[in-house]
Design a binder for this molecule. Sequence first.
Ligand SMILES: [Zn+2]
Length: 150
Amino acid sequence: MRRNFLKYLSLTIFSSFILPLNSLFANTKKIINKNLTKKQKEIMFNEGTERPFSSDLLRESRKGFYHCANCGNKLFASTSKFDSGTGWPSFSEALPGAFKTKIDYKFGMKRTEYHCAKCGAHHGHVFNDGPTKSGKRFCNNGLCLIFKPE
Ligand SMILES: [Zn+2]
């Protein structure tokens, strides 16, 4: 009786917690750009973070669009870019359907992680303290982005 209960409990925990996470990412995350560097792969497929103030894109101010470095998906318009002072390229909004999100509890903080809707690659975290009327601040690793000027 007790053994059955434990078996049932562990199955419930397994199916309600682990299975959805696995099925969400196992099918969607894939390396498309074979030329990604080791650091890019670490960020995009192992949820790493680049050093702050290390991205050349912080100084990018031309008109154009930011694309996923893995699959080329169009993610941000240059008009939504702003200087957040955090050391990572920051955007007030993403293009519609560009990303999917999930809650991340790493480092004891509740944060919303976002990843490319097309290839599943991790890009950064989105916060609700943005300076524009969207109220959003997409904090994006520069290494995950490719800028294409208009
Ligand atoms: Zn992508």
